[in-house]
Design a protein around this ligand. Sequence first.
Ligand SMILES: [Zn+2]
Ligand SMILES: [Zn+2]
Length: 420
Amino acid sequence: MNAPTEHSLIAQIEARAASLEQKVIAWRRDFHAHPELGNRELRTSRIIAEHLQSLGLDDVRVGVAHTGVVGTLEGGKPGPCVGLRADMDALPVTEMADVSFASKARTDWAGQEVGTMHACGHDCHVAILMGVAELFAGMREHIHGSIKFIFQPAEEGLPDGEHGGAKMMIEEHALANPKVDAIFGLHVMSGLNAGQVGYRPGAMMASTDNFFIKVKGRQTHGAMPWLGADPIVASAQIIMGMQTLVSRQMDIMHEPAVVTIGSINGGVRENIIPDEVLMRGTYRTFDEEQREFLRERIADTATNIACACQTTADVHIVKGYPVTVNDPKLTLWSIPTLSRVAGDAGVVHVPKTGGGEDFSYFQKEIPGAFYFVGITPRDQDPAKAPANHSPYFYVDESGLLLGLRLLAHLVVDYQHKPAY
Ligand SMILES: [Zn+2]
Ligand SMILES: [Zn+2]
């Protein structure tokens, strides 16, 4: 595109974004006061769908992967299809943040009554993407290609036995008709100040697999351990063995990794060696080969150490999200866009984070880039701010406009000068 057109298009986007800022904040507060857990985002989903329909989008699909909504806006000129994704779900956290629209919601999670809060900021993601849809719906003659607005349920995990999230959105063709050529997503982050945007080419967020180990021994008197088989001593050795996987068997100069046992239960009193011990843990990696290595070695280490202790270990691994890998070419392509939106000083090359994101499933299908948007007040040290998932998680709403502008600029830049 030639420079004058680009200039006027950018100016138009900037003006429309600024005029939508208060609307985005109002939507965000409403969603914040009415949080819903994964696969239960009924109210959220209804409001999104009504908004997209009121904008006259060409296609609005509801009920995708349970409560997901996918809207498509066809531009006036031919070009690529850019996907934008927002996750919609809240967390089983009781809000402690001091805001007038704090959540008072309570609901049932895994059989327990819990408070519910948008403690990860997905309320912001939904409000921002609704804003982007409105921004472009009013200027479709200037759009070169199409835009797909993907509102995804259940990023934070699923109720027991249910299916959902990004993986199910893809299975239900969220990336098809029209086929999405590249996808962008963002996450508000306490670790950055309002006005900052974080990027990282390559691995950004970890794979998140969990494991469950049952060590079976043979119950006996605590004074005569030789008459049975002690699963507690076996478990102690298994834990120490697992802690050498990363430190002795993996090339941590390539990528870091973590193995954690977060729960251990066995026995009822001091003089009885119990029959069994249950352990639960998680492992995080930034490389799919290392992920596979740990999956195998955790099982082998537990079963072989258990065998050496005359016990047995049943190892059950529950796969979580793949590594969130930002397409390097697309991410590097986007840096000038980030600089235009946040200024050079506002663009931060962020470190990896051990949390996971199911945006990774979209990135396995098509080139995708994920960004962090700062929401900690500018006069506060983000390292000391309550983190995402804290009951005190706080969003400085002056940071939301940057999220809206970021997605809008990425769309027009991609459509005028695609990375691929
Ligand atoms: Zn989260
Ligand atoms: Zn999140």
